[in-house]
Design a protein around this ligand. Structure first.
Ligand SMILES: Nc1ncnc2c1ncn2[C@@H]1O[C@H](COP(=O)(O)OP(=O)(O)OP(=O)(O)O)[C@@H](O)[C@H]1O
Length: 973
């Protein structure tokens, strides 16, 4: 009859309610990761007390307790206010007769004046009073177990008025266990099943919220149990500080802990419920799992399953509580009201911006279950009796509202990159386990009948030799299958490591390319560098493609081989199940486990070995990069030695752009070497290579290359115009540095036709940089013009002749000559200007400045020019006294030291700079490269000679060997 009435009932259900019933488990997230809270209702049977107030008893009706007698009908007569229609729909307070007529259409309608609410509710699942614990478990919590094992947080909470069956549903009784036990049983069974593939760690905590304080229900003896603090953690959500965590090994351990916690839970008899829970109890199981087979990066899945038994709401008038009970009741009601407010706000788009979670401890605890990353199931418990009329109605209303709450579900997966030292640890652990398993197996083999095994395994009568043979065959098949797997895994692991390295390489190159992208494109060397970088990127991308394909292939092979191992195992054998003794099965299990571990170990070993090799390779690459960097620095310092203003400005920019890359490379190198060192010796597999000598050497020089200001928030280089010379100093022009304004870049043809800009030092002279240029190395902002005597005001000065990039003094080793305009201080360091200083040879005729007189060109060895002040006599080398208030070493000196690995330049470095003027020094110079890059020292001198002879005029634009033009404008009026 009920079934006949159903279509009619369906038609009566409002659309809005019916719409939410799609799919029994709305807890599954949709494509946006949103998951509606699954709301289920459980109607408990009438209690014996309620039964006594009811009449007449319905035959076959379920009651709580078996010795319930028929009740009497009177003024206090109870009626049933909740009618379950089907597993989705219930009706609250239908008119008794109308309700009856609905269920029994043939019955005549009775007359009644009483108004009934007659509200129909649709939920994701409705359990009638005859539903068993198992049914409730299957319909609510069971689907969450897979979710938890897949890394999704999940919560189940029971909600309802006092005495409506929340504790019964969540905890149950020893004879009729509830959701906690059933969940744990299945969870642990699943963990056990996957133990060969995954390492699963389960821990458990149990707390109660009593009178707005949080107490640990499983606190170790002596530990404080009261008032634990709640904290919010961005990663783990809400965390209770100081809560004890327990690691149960079996489901029995879990039950023992839960029972112990329940004993500690605050429970008191009330008018409404003899075993009323006076607190909200929260049991949390934290699962953390990762694959046994370690790879380069291991995915770690974490999830928390919370099972919550809320305290029930109660009306003081009904419960007639006094004293402590009254206070408890008030607190319970307050927190449940806060919960109801949160539910309201979560369902109301206008209020969604502020959810009042902070109003109670309970709502703070449930914050992520209601509005966060969690799949949530709400079990609403209600009594069918009319004594609970208001409570049940309110409960159902809130439950109906809660259906609209959506949580955002995300998988808690984090990828943990395996450190080389982790491989070592894992390999060691697994090697020990293999050893132990093999030893156990051997011991078992040595004892026919398997009597040596643990007492838990029953001793079975010896089987005929045929079964022994069968076991042996299976064992051989297993070994063979695992051998294939092992070699395949070996290859797979290698490919995976290479693929990973490729990806990292590409990342590094991409970063370098981005860094270069913003550079001054006029520097040909930079353009070439960028091209080289792009070519390398393409090459590696191609390589990665190949490796990727290979990886796919090895993955396929591996899957196939692993399937073969399963086939070789004894459960797959048609007769093995019956023929083998449990001892034999046990041994085969051991064998399989040992083989699995051997495979994993081989794979790890391979990954470790390859990682080490790649790290060493990367170290080498970085050291090459650093060496390239030092050559770049060297080139820059040479250009700076040339003292041309445009070159200085451009190079300053380039130089500062290069420094951060340099620092990154240096830091990367340091990390690699630290990693390689930290890995420690892995004697049984491969010894980690010690950092190469080159790498160590580079490490020692890195700090001197990267200015300390960079590592501690570098002050940004001055990129604007150079500081104006202070009054009393000579203008830039007078120092031979070009004015900034007319920074016209030369065309290529102009640059090739232009020659050496200024005079060349005479034979037997050494070239000295004007004091102040590169005075503090390597940051160019320290570049200041040397102080010159303030001869006249700028406006009265006639145009100056082109200034020399370097100052020249005689290079007689015995004679220490001061450069023009520089007087050594008493301590021997270069000092103030001194016009009275005897000018160098050949300077005597110069009216304005003797230093402008070109010395005989051919007298100067090319090396002297190219090396600048490096070959200067002791003047440039500071004395002990000057070192003490020390200038940092010059850029070229540092670069030189890095390049040569010490204070002495290598023969190669000297030869290179003698033969070819390649400021970047990092690439072979192509035959068709621009002339400025191909100019040898000899050509350089020739050009300079011609230029010097052809046009010594003072106002000629100067052109450096790199093509940067220094425009000599003369003082402006
Ligand atoms: N489905 C059911 N089947 C049999 N007995 C039930 C069922 N639900 C509840 N009971 C019984 O009803 C009584 C009250 O239930 P329970 O203690 O679980 O209520 P509660 O909602 O937890 O109350 P409180 O909020 O006060 O703790 C208990 O004796 C319990 O065994």
């Amino acid at each position: 009859m009920l079934a006949e009435a159903l279509p009619a009932m369906d038609a009566l259900v409002p659309e809005a309610m019916a719409a939410d019933t799609s799919g029994p488990f709305g807890a599954n997230p949709d494509s946006t990761g949103e998951s509606a809270i699954l709301v289920t209702v459980r109607v408990r049977p009438f209690s014996p007390k309620e039964m006594t107030l009811m009449a007449p008893p319905t035959p076959g009706r379920h009651t709580i307790g078996s010795n319930v007698g028929p009740g009497t009908m009177g003024s206090k007569a109870l009626r049933k206010v909740v009618h379950v229609i089907d597993d989705r729909i219930l009706v609250f307070d239908p008119p008794e007769e109308a309700g009856s007529s609905r269920f029994a259409p043939t019955a005549p309608p009775a007359q009644t004046n009483k108004r009934h609410k007659d509200v129909r509710f649709a939920f994701d699942r409705v359990f009638n009073d005859d539903a068993t614990q198992q049914e409730v478990y299957l319909g609510t919590t069971q689907p969450l177990i897979d979710a938890v094992l897949n890394g999704f947080n999940s919560t189940v909470f029971a909600y309802g008025a006092t005495g409506c069956g929340k504790t019964h549903t969540i905890s149950g009784t020893p004879t009729d266990p509830g959701i906690i036990f059933l969940t744990m049983k299945e969870l642990f069974a699943k963990i056990h099943q996957s133990e060969h593939e995954r390492v699963v760690e389960a821990s458990l905590s149990y707390l109660e919220v009593y009178n707005e304080t949080i107490r640990d229900l499983l606190a170790p003896p002596g530990a404080t149990t009261t008032s634990l603090a709640l904290r919010e953690d961005a990663r783990r959500g809400v965390v209770v500080a100081g809560l004890s965590e327990h690691v149960p090994a079996t489901v029995d351990d879990v039950m023992e802990l839960v029972l112990q916690g329940n004993k500690n839970r605050t429970q008191s008899p009330t008018e409404a419920n003899a075993t009323s829970s006076r607190s909200h109890a929260v049991l949390q199981i934290h699962i953390r799992q990762k694959n046994r087979a370690g790879g380069l990066a291991t995915d770690v899945l974490t999830a928390t399953l919370s099972l919550i038994d809320l305290a029930g709401s109660e009306r003081a008038s009904v419960s007639r509580n006094r004293g402590d009970r009254l206070l408890e009741g008030a607190n319970i009601n307050r927190s449940l009201l806060a919960l109801a407010n949160c539910i309201n706000a979560l369902c109301d788009e206008r209020k969604k911006r502020h959810i009042p979670y902070r109003d109670s401890k309970l709502t703070r605890l449930l914050k992520f279950s209601l509005g966060g990353n969690c799949r949530t199931v709400m079990i609403v418990c209600c009594s069918p009796a009319s004594t609970y009329f208001e409570e049940t109605y309110n409960t159902l209303k809130y439950a109906n509202r809660a259906k609209n709450i959506k949580t955002k579900v995300e998988r808690n997966s984090e990828s943990v990159k395996a450190h080389v030292s982790q491989y070592v640890k894992q390999i060691k652990e697994q090697a020990e386990e293999i050893k132990r398993l093999r030893a156990e197996n051997t011991a078992l083999r040595a004892q026919p009948g398997g009597r040596g095994r643990s007492a838990t395994v029953a001793v079975e009568p010896a089987r005929p030799t045929a079964t022994l043979q069968l076991a042996e065959d299976i064992r051989n098949a297993l070994s063979a299958a695992f051998d294939t797997v092992r070699s395949s895994e070996w290859e797979h692991a290698s490919t995976a490591v290479v693929a990973d390295a490729c990806a990292q390489h590409l990342e590094i190159l991409a970063a370098a390319r981005t860094a270069l992208a913003g550079d001054d494109t006029d520097g040909t060397a930079i353009i070439d560098l960028r091209r080289a970088l792009e070519a390398a990127t393409e090459q590696i991308a191609g390589h990665r493609g190949q490796v990727g394909r290979h990886l796919d292939h090895t993955t396929l092979l591996l899957t196939r081989y692993r399937r073969d191992t399963k086939r070789a195992d004894y459960p797959a054998h048609p007769t093995a199940g019956r023929a083998l003794t449990s001892d034999q099965k046990y041994r085969l299990d051991l064998e399989r486990r040992a083989l699995e571990l051997t495979c994993a170990n081989t794979r790890l070993g391979r990954a470790f070995e390859l990682s080490q090799t790649l790290l060493a390779g990367l170290g080498r690459q970085l050291s090459t990069a650093l060496a390239g960097g030092t050559r770049l620095l060297d080139g820059l310092s040479q250009l700076l030695d040339a003292g041309e203003a445009d070159a200085v400005n451009t190079l300053r920019t380039l130089y500062h752009a290069a420094l951060p890359d340099f620092q990154t490379a240096a830091t990367g190198l340091a990390t690699i070497v630290t990693d390689a060192t930290a890995a420690g010796p892995a004697k049984w597999q491969v010894a980690p290579p010690s950092p190469s000598r080159a790498v160590s050497r580079l490490l020692t020089v890195v700090p001197s290359v990267v200015p300390s200001s960079l590592s501690s928030g570098r002050t940004s280089p001055r990129r604007g115009p150079a500081p104006r010379p202070r009054a009393g100093t000579t203008s830039r022009e007078s120092l031979g540095l070009a004015a900034r304004k007319p920074s016209v870049r030369p065309s290529r043809s102009a640059s090739s036709s232009a020659g050496f800009p200024g005079p060349v030092p005479p034979s037997g002279s050494v070239v000295k940089r004007p004091r102040g240029v590169l005075s503090a190395q390597p940051s160019l902002e320290n570049l200041k013009p040397a102080k010159r005597p303030n001869v006249t005001g700028p406006s009265s000065l006639p145009p100056l002749p082109p200034p020399p990039p370097m100052e020249v003094v005689k290079s007689s080793p015995s004679t220490r000559r001061r450069p023009w305009g520089v007087t050594p201080l008493a301590d021997g360091s270069p000092g103030a200007s001194d016009r009275s200083t005897t000018p160098p040879d050949g300077d005597s005729g110069a009216e304005q400045s003797p230093r402008h007189e070109p010395p005989p060109l051919d007298a100067l060895p090319a090396r002297s020019i190219l090396k600048g002040q490096r070959s200067a006599p002791s003047y440039t080398r500071p004395t002990a006294a000057s070192k003490s208030h020390s200038q940092p070493p010059t850029a070229s000196a540092t670069a030189n030291r890095i390049r040569s690995g010490g204070p002495v330049r290598s023969a190669t470095a000297r030869r290179r700079s003698r033969n070819m003027f390649d400021p970047m020094g990092s690439k072979p110079i192509a035959a068709d490269a621009p002339a400025r890059n191909r100019m040898s020292a000899r050509q350089f001198l020739e050009a300079a000679k011609q230029q010097g002879a052809a046009d010594p005029g003072p106002a000629r634009p100067a052109q450096s060997a790199l093509g940067f033009r220094s425009v000599q404008n003369g003082p402006s009026n």
